[in-house]
Design a protein around this ligand. Structure first.
Ligand code: SAM
Ligand code: SF4
Length: 327
């Protein structure tokens, strides 16, 4: 079992299986000249299998697959078959932009995927194109409908920005009134802290205040390790959640480890990417060596995101794109 210096059990992995993406969400990556990882440096299918085996061994019970866009990987469904066959992974989820997913939904349902999160920041096709630099709004809408038709648990993630979509919170929340969709509003994480980015930031409290103008929200008990504070709304089929991604009010119960497409680890979203595991797995290493490395890395997990960020800025002076970290 993995335990950090603060006694927190680490049993949840967020795994970015590729840094590639077919969209260019303005808050996540630049429209042009995005520097992607060299293909040879991405984990191969076999290396991913070994990593999974090691995770099973150290007591990981839940995995969320993210990216980049997970379905940019041609072998991802084959890998999900391996995950579904695991006797120890109890839950596996996917976070996707919903543009490449539809052809795989029936198989994912058969494999028993625990749930799918789709990112959707607007209900306007024009805005969608502005925000993602691609014209894929209709495809995402169809994907959402197909997930509902297949009865796969669905969450919609919305990153809230002052200018881009704050005026749509009510309309987005209403999606969960008549359909079993959990809506989660995420605080935008301004990466370089420039004035321009700072002006677009909306705090979790402001998101909540805006929602409360339209709905009566009843707070629900927060699940262990959850980043989202969820609320029920009378008469709604789904829940509404707010994730204080930038304010970071959830670090105390953190149970997660992040792994990048190169196999590098990040013991905290706000901290430094550590290359030791990624380098090691590329050297035909044994499972035992990887297990030992994981224990060493978790032993350095910081107490919270503020400590982690301060250390990262001290060492590197910069933040990274979410597509590399996986959100
Ligand atoms: N491509 C997939 C998607 O968009 O769902 C998975 C990867 S994406 C990096 C994972 C999550 O991170 C998405 O919900 C996205 O909205 C969120 N995200 C990306 N950049 C962000 C930022 N600057 N602040 C807050 N959330 C962000
Ligand atoms: Fe791609 Fe997801 Fe980043 Fe948008 S948020 S650019 S869909 S990785």
């Amino acid at each position: 079992m993995l335990k950090d210096p603060f006694g927190r059990k680490i049993d949840y992995v967020r795994w970015s299986v590729t840094d590639r993406c077919n969209l260019r969400c303005t808050y996540c990556m630049p429209e042009e000249k995005m520097q992607f990882v060299d293909r040879k440096d991405l984990l191969s299918f076999e290396e991913m299998e070994q990593m999974l085996r090691v995770f099973e061994h150290v007591g990981i019970r839940k995995i969320r697959f993210t990216g980049g866009e997970p379905f940019m990987r041609k072998d991802i469904m084959r890998f999900f078959e391996r995950v579904a066959a695991s006797e120890t992974i109890q839950e596996w989820h996917i976070t996707s932009n919903g543009t490449l997913l539809r052809p795989h939904l029936k198989n994912l349902k058969k494999l028993g995927v625990s749930g799918i999160n789709i990112s959707l920041d607007t209900l306007s096709a024009d805005r969608f194109e502005k925000m993602t630099k691609r014209n894929q709004f209709e495809e995402v809408q169809s994907c959402i409908q197909d997930i509902l038709d297949l009865d796969i648990p669905l969450k919609i993630n919305t990153v809230v920005q002052a200018k881009a979509n704050f005026d749509e919170l009510k309309a987005l929340a209403l999606l969960s009134k008549t359909q079993p969709i959990d809506l989660r509003f995420i605080e935008y994480m301004p990466f370089n802290g420039s004035d321009e980015e700072g002006r677009d930031f909306v705090s979790a409290q402001d998101i909540l205040n805006e929602l409360e103008k339209h709905f009566t929200l009843t707070p629900l008990q927060q699940k262990h390790g959850a980043t989202s504070q969820d609320y029920s709304v009378e008469g709604f089929m789904g829940k509404i959640g707010v994730i204080a991604a930038h304010t970071r009010s959830f670090c105390g119960t953190c149970n997660r480890l992040r792994i990048s497409a190169k196999g590098n680890t990040q013991v905290c979203l706000y901290g430094i990417e550590n290359q030791s595991l990624g380098r090691l797995i590329k050297t035909n290493t044994t499972d035992q060596q990887l297990i030992e490395m994981l224990h060493q890395l978790i032993a350095k997990k910081p107490k919270n995101g503020f400590d982690a960020e301060a250390e990262m800025l001290r060492q590197t002076g910069a933040h990274k794109s979410m597509s590399a970290i996986g959100g």
